[in-house]
Write a protein of this length. Structure first.
Length: 215
């Protein structure tokens, strides 16, 4: 299961393996404005990525997009930020647990965060694990912890990232500690977890790619 190894080492939880958090670590619900996002200017003259103010749709980034950090690391232009936000939402304030309710973020914040993950993954891909680990440990983000209690089940600790950026940093931690690798889908270019002789992120993409070759 993703993240178990480093959770044991970093957090030092003392629960038995079959009691450790389980799939709930992945249950971060993150909002997307269904009307999209725009580049705007705030009262101080700074460029921002802003919600249009439409209804919110929620999804689970760690469950639905395991290669999201890889995709985010490739963003370099304002148009890239708008496209990414339209599909995955804002990044969230890494120092604010209530940041999922924010409706705007600085473009400079997006640039720095993307470069941060790009440099970290670059060091990892180049085999410089020491540098990658150092950069990761200098990255600030929040994990939210709370107790989940139900009448019919034993109470347990639940740990989740508090922001979309935090979720992506956890994906990077997973690469650093478990040895998993990601590659691009040969059809849709989505990043997916690499397996031997697998070139597509899904059966649908494999079928679509083969159909294109037959035409």
């Amino acid at each position: 299961m993703l993240f178990k190894p480093w959770l044991y080492r970093v957090i030092g939880l003392f629960m038995k393996e079959n009691e450790l958090i389980g799939h709930q670590l992945f249950d971060l619900d993150w909002p997307i404005d269904q009307d999209g996002y725009v580049i705007d200017t705030d009262p101080e003259g700074r460029q921002i990525v802003r919600r249009r103010g439409g209804p919110l749709r929620y999804y689970r980034p760690l469950r639905d997009h395991p290669g999201l950090a890889r995709e985010f690391s490739e963003l370099r232009e304002e148009e890239d930020y708008i496209d990414f936000a339209g599909r995955f939402g804002l990044l969230g304030n890494s120092l604010d647990l209530a940041s999922s309710t924010d409706d705007k973020e600085l473009v400079a914040h997006w640039f720095l965060r993307s470069k941060q993950i790009r440099d970290l993954l670059g060091a990892h891909d180049n085999g410089d694990k020491k540098a990658a680990v150092k950069m990761y440990n200098e990255t600030h983000h929040l994990l939210r912890t709370f107790v989940h209690a139900e009448e019919t089940r034993k109470s347990r600790i639940v740990i989740q990232p508090s922001t979309l950026f935090g979720a992506m940093i956890l994906q990077v931690a997973d690469e650093l500690t478990t040895g998993i690798r990601f590659k691009r889908c040969s059809n849709c270019t989505t990043w997916f977890q690499h397996r031997t002789n697998k070139n597509f992120c899904s059966d649908q993409c494999r079928y679509a790619h083969n159909n294109k070759r037959r035409k």
